[in-house]
Design a protein around this ligand. Structure first.
Ligand code: ADP
Length: 685
């Protein structure tokens, strides 16, 4: 309805300002209005526009609706505009039709082509009705086309930029506009570049009025000689307000010119020139306005993205430095200014040495150089002295490439890791003090055990002496029990002493040459005695290639074997215990032997096989009550094996028996000692 009314009003106004022969007008604003409507709301409005044109032809131009020419004319006009609008909807951005200067030129080309087309057809229809007008056909076409063009360059931009967004917003609010497109809804078109001061706005309006008065009213110039004066206010508005301001300015200028022409009528021949001048002023204004808006838009975009970048950087709690390859500060971004102990400004353009001192800066320069040449990032940790103490930072240096692919600067992101570092230091200190405490404890234990041994030996010795005297059978039995208890207590003390020695890292082997088979034989003899008490068969087998003389700590080897054989006898009720020794590996100077102690005892559950080598652990706690023991034997054996360059492991099946394996490294004896041993053996035999 509003459109119909406006269209009619504008059309009526055109007639009011009609010049000369009453057929042509300096401009035709309804053309601009119709194009704007079709462009923004779509071709579905074709019938509305057609109807509006038909009404105008009746009410304003009093054309008969029964004439064929009237229909052809209105159809040509509406069709031409619709086609133009259809093309424009395709080629211009929907949300903001005048985004770039290119958009303005595309719009103008289509609009002017459409007006020429419409004018040619429309004038043809007029001459059809009134053949007298044939002679005036070319002038008519030209005036019509230029008039339409002026309408399109002055009214359409204003409607698209100011009216349609308002209309669409209103329609949306009322729930009517759902689905309608909003060509000029983009904020920028309706938004002035900057808020102009009231004085400047008034001055701009005044300059337009003043220019109009000079051009039309004053007697300074012949006809429109001074029309170029319009350029000044239009350019001023364009530069200051961009497309929103200039579209309003052009509309006002054209409306004003119409009024002025009414007040100060002009010669018909000058009218054509006026049309052209109006067109050119409008074109210039629109182009300049768009150019300014476009630039403003890209500046706004740049500023927004810069602000966004700054916001992102400030959200990262790291300091970001840009250095050139010589270690000169190029840029610094940070949130917490206390991170630098110098003001940022005093660092920019200076060497990193200013912040970190000459010594550190050489390291950094070397890293920067490497990163720049290799292109691979590197991490670096450093500390900076502050009045409150040292702070530690962890930095990562990465290359920055310029568009030509060269790396002239590097970026270093730095994070304050003082808290973490402090935590690590505390942890290290705690570990060291715990280790020291444990060492002190082991040392104490070693000393105490040693002190225990002397009185224990006294008890044992004295018991032996008493046993050698005449005692009653009952006394002997009691004394034997004292001796056994003292023996096992001494064994336990020895174990504890050994273990604490090892724990304190003080256990050392004392290797020397020893006859291997003979040494082992002695151990076996003792163990066979123990086995016999339990009716167990104790056997052994040595690889015949094992050298007779080896270099090693026989005492500690005995300790391991006694431990394993002792356990085997302890945990076996029936069956046998077997020791075998084979060669695992031999070199010119060394030999690795593999020992295996096999029994047919109670076995060890699979889940316990790994833990029994740890101190104070037993496979089955209830077994302690049955078999006794402390859980130290295997822990000691395992450590001794490690000292001997070997390893220890077990294979066992619950209820079937266990086999303990261990390897140990021995030195090979000097050839002469080996020979001497062989001779000794042969003389003995
Ligand atoms: P303990 O003084 O208790 O014997 P060890 O360290 O020598 O301490 O052994 C740890 C545990 O390993 C034993 O308590 C026992 O449960 C298990 N164990 C060791 N040797 C054998 C074996 N030959 N047969 C069955 N269990 C064994």
């Amino acid at each position: 309805m509003l459109f119909l009314f406006l269209n009619l009003a504008l059309d009526r106004m055109t007639v009011a300002f009609e010049m000369g022969n009453g057929i042509i007008s300096a401009w035709y604003p309804p053309a601009g209005l119709q194009i704007a409507l079709l462009m923004s709301l779509g071709l579905s409005y074709f019938p509305v526009v057609f109807f509006a044109n038909l009404i105008s032809s009746q009410l304003i131009y009093h054309q008969s609706p029964f004439l064929f020419g009237t229909w052809v004319q209105e159809l040509a006009i509406t069709g031409g505009y619709s086609a133009a609008a259809m093309v424009l909807r395709r080629i211009l951005p929907k949300d903001a039709p005048f985004r770039t200067v290119g958009d303005v030129f595309r719009y103008l080309s289509v609009a002017i082509t459409a007006s020429i087309g419409v004018a040619s057809l429309g004038a043809l229809a007029l001459t059809w009705e009134d053949p007298k007008l044939v002679a005036e056909y070319p002038t008519m076409v030209m005036n019509w086309a230029v008039g339409d063009s002026v309408g399109m360059v002055s009214v359409t931009p204003f409607v698209l930029v100011h009216v349609m967004p308002w209309f669409v917003r209103r329609a949306n609010r009322n729930g009517l506009g759902a689905g309608t497109q909003s060509p000029a809804e983009a904020q920028y078109t309706a938004r002035p570049l900057k808020r102009l001061s009231a004085v400047e706005s008034v001055a701009q309006i005044a300059s337009v009025v003043f220019a109009m008065w000079i051009v039309f009213g004053s007697k300074f110039g012949e006809s429109y000689d001074l029309f170029y004066l319009f350029f000044l206010p239009i350019m001023w508005i364009a530069v200051r307000q961009g497309i929103p301001g200039v579209s309003t300015g052009i509309l006002c200028l054209n409306l004003g010119s119409m009024v002025m022409l009414r007040i100060y009528p002009e010669d018909i021949h000058h009218l054509a020139m006026l049309q052209f001048l109006m067109l050119i002023v409008a074109l210039t204004g629109l182009s300049l306005g768009t150019l300014i808006s476009e630039r403003q838009l890209s500046e706004d975009g740049l500023r927004a993205s810069e602000e966004r970048l700054r916001a992102i950087v400030s959200a990262i709690d790291e300091v970001i430095f840009e250095f050139d390859n010589n270690g000169i500060f190029r840029n610094i971004w940070m949130t917490d200014t206390s991170v630098l102990n110098l003001p940022k400004e005093s660092l920019l353009g200076h060497s990193i040495a200013k912040l970190l001192g000459e010594k550190h800066s050489a390291t950094f320069r070397a890293v920067f150089g490497r990163v720049a040449t290799s292109g691979r990032g590197e991490s670096i940790e450093y500390s900076v002295g502050y009045p409150g103490g040292k702070r530690y930072f962890s930095g990562h240096v990465s290359p920055i490439y310029s568009p030509d692919g060269q790396c002239r600067t590097v970026c270093m992101t730095s994070r304050d890791v003082s808290v973490r570092k402090q935590g690590e230091d505390d942890l290290r200190a705690a570990k060291e003090s715990a280790e020291a405490a444990s060492e002190a404890k082991s040392e104490f234990l070693a000393n105490v055990s040693h002190e225990f041994r002397t009185p224990m030996n006294g008890i044992l010795g004295m018991t032996d002496l008493v046993l050698d005297t005449e005692v009653t059978a009952e006394q002997r039995e009691y004394l034997e029990m004292v001796k056994t208890s003292a023996d096992s207590l001494l064994g336990l003390l020895n174990d504890i002493l050994d273990f604490s020695k090892m724990d304190a890292g003080k256990m050392e082997l004392s290797p020397s040459e020893f006859p291997f088979a003979a040494g082992l034989g002695e151990i076996l003899k003792v163990m066979q005695f123990r086995g016999r008490q339990k009716n167990l068969e104790i056997s052994w087998q040595l690889d015949s290639h094992i050298p007779e003389i080896l270099v090693g700590d026989l005492l500690r080897l005995r300790q391991i074997i006694i431990n394993l054989l002792g356990n085997a006898i302890k945990f076996t009720e029936t069956g046998h215990v077997h020791l075998s020794v084979s060669i695992a590996e031999e070199t010119a100077n060394e030999i690795r032997l593999q020992f295996a102690v096999q029994d047919t005892g109670i076995g060890i559950p699979e889940g316990k096989q790994a833990v029994i080598f740890e101190a104070f652990t037993q496979a089955d706690n209830s077994a302690t009550r049955n078999y006794g023991g402390t859980g130290l034997g295997l822990a000691i054996a395992s450590r001794l094996v490690t000292l001997m360059g070997g390893k220890i492991w077990v294979e066992s099946k619950l209820g079937e028996g266990s086999t303990f394996h261990f390897t140990a490294m021995f030195g090979l004896a000097h050839p002469e000692s080996a020979l001497a041993a062989r001779q000794l053996k042969s003389t003995q035999s």
